[in-house]
Write a protein that binds this ligand. Structure first.
Ligand SMILES: [Zn+2]
Length: 481
């Protein structure tokens, strides 16, 4: 069945002009490039949910009010296990309260473990193999790939980006938005909590300047930064400096990150404990900034007409698999991210356990805002899972990492109708197979184990073949071995 309805509006975006900039990141208005001719979202096919999906009765869902605002909120470097969802505990009470009012996903995987390719995958609804930002040295979004603002703008939505991380802006991404409310955090690198406070102010500016009423249609991408290193939670009572082998290392100093990581990887437990505590404090501060952000929408009477998605671009490793930071591998610590959606039409209290990907987020937002999902988006709307979360649906999440030496990491997580989930990682010199459901921290490598040869072979086939959009993937692998 299909949930995508006819495009509700084809009003062209209002003409946009003027504006100014300053070096501290006050809004820079980009005149709309008008490159809309291939972005009308008028394809009549959608990455298809499987045909046996059974939606819940209509009377259990809230009445659908129109979606006018769409907010994609990405927290840089926020691990999935820090955000409660269903029976998974968390440490972000404000976020979790909002997720409880909608749908959350317990097994969400980022397509990439670092900002730029992950952002392209999220915004474009496509995998790294398609958006082309794989190599860390040559990052450029494929001009042929439409991302969310390209789809929304021709339908009358204002499109704006407010990111505290420049890596989510570069490489041709910001030029796709009509309005630039990004932080350029020159001189503010060590104060990432403050950076997020500025970002909330920029979102307030966007709403005050561009969203005069709940009737205004807009798509806003917000990217907060605090959980990213430096781990500097701006609490004067918190110690951030440590003496190690005669050297003073400071978690508030960006350039000390690599050295701290070297010591953690060498087994320095004191630094590891400090890193975890400081990271978690920054996560708690992020929850406070999230509350301030949501309050902006409440104060303006926008909550009933605004659809929200909450996620992260990747996680952060604390030596679980010998890594520090991110962009070093595809294990759970770097790839598992929180994901939730709430707003008009999204039922409350839904917990989805099937694996899903960050490439599925924008198709889901488009679906709930009654905009047709372009057929070349490889992600799938998750609306059918939200409406039937207990079904025995089979899903998938691909991940990808290119390295500076040219070696590639490929990953896939999928589930079986019996509820088990599996992850296969193929790295330059070694592969690993994990029973994702029974072993979420991926401690027991089952690759080569005779008892798991069938599932290993099936996942290997998925990695050996080109990545598929969800409908094609489902046709090929949906029934399992
Ligand atoms: Zn990032």
């Amino acid at each position: 069945m299909r949930h995508v309805t006819a495009v509700s509006s084809l009003i062209l975006a209002a003409a946009v002009a003027g504006g100014c900039s300053d070096p501290y990141g006050d809004p820079l208005v980009i005149v709309d490039g008008g490159d809309d001719d291939d972005a009308t979202g008028d394809d009549d096919t959608t990455p298809a949910p499987d045909d046996d999906t059974t939606p819940v009765d209509d009377d259990t869902s809230p009445p659908v009010k129109g979606v006018n605002g769409v907010v994609l909120l990405v927290i840089d470097t926020l691990r999935g296990d820090r955000v409660g969802c269903g029976d998974r505990p968390g440490m972000m009470p404000t976020v979790e309260a909002m997720l409880a009012g909608g749908a959350c996903f317990q097994r969400a995987k980022s397509n990439a473990p670092w900002t730029t390719p992950s952002t392209a995958a999220i915004l474009g609804g496509v995998h790294g193999q398609t958006h082309g930002m794989i190599d860390q040295a040559e990052d450029s979004l494929d001009p042929a790939v439409d991302i969310a603002p390209d789809v929304y703008a021709p339908l009358g939505f204002l499109t704006a980006q407010a990111s505290a991380n420049h890596a989510a802006v570069q490489a041709g991404i910001v030029e796709r938005f009509q309005y630039d409310y990004n932080n350029r955090f020159d001189g503010l690198e060590i104060n990432d909590v403050l950076v997020d406070q500025y970002l909330v102010d920029h979102v307030m500016d966007f709403l005050d300047e561009r969203v005069p009423s709940a009737e205004t249609k807009f798509f806003l991408h917000v990217q907060m930064y605090a959980p990213h290193f430096p781990f500097c939670p701006q609490d004067p009572k918190t110690e951030t400096q440590y003496e190690v082998e005669g050297e003073t290392l400071d978690f508030c100093r960006l350039n000390d990150g690599t050295v701290i990581g070297d010591h953690v990887q060498a087994g320095n437990e004191e630094l590891l404990e400090a890193a975890l505590a400081l990271y978690d404090q920054e996560v708690e501060r992020t929850d406070e900034q999230f509350a301030a952000l949501v309050q902006l929408f409440e104060d303006r009477g926008l909550m009933d007409t605004t659809l929200f998605a909450f996620t992260a671009d990747h996680g952060e490793a604390f030596n679980e698999h010998g890594h520090w930071g991110h962009s070093a591998g595809l294990t759970f610590d770097q790839i598992d991210v929180p994901l939730g959606i709430w707003g008009p039409g999204v039922p409350a209290g839904v917990v989805v356990t099937q694996p899903v990907s960050t490439v599925d987020i924008v198709p889901t937002l488009l679906d709930y805002s009654e905009v047709q999902v372009p057929s070349d988006m490889e992600g799938a709307s998750l609306r059918w899972l939200v409406e039937d979360p207990s079904g025995d649906h089979v899903t998938r999440a691909y991940s990808l990492l290119g390295t500076s030496t040219g070696g590639m990491h490929y990953g896939i997580t999928t589930n079986r109708p019996d509820g088990t989930a599996w992850t296969l990682l193929q790295m330059p010199f070694v592969s690993a197979l994990f029973h994702t459901e029974a072993d979420p921290q991926e401690m027991q490598d089952l690759y080569g184990d005779a008892g798991h040869s069938a599932i290993q072979a099936e996942l290997q086939l998925m990695l050996d073949e080109p990545v598929l959009n969800y409908g094609e993937w489902l046709d090929r692998y949906g029934q399992g071995p």
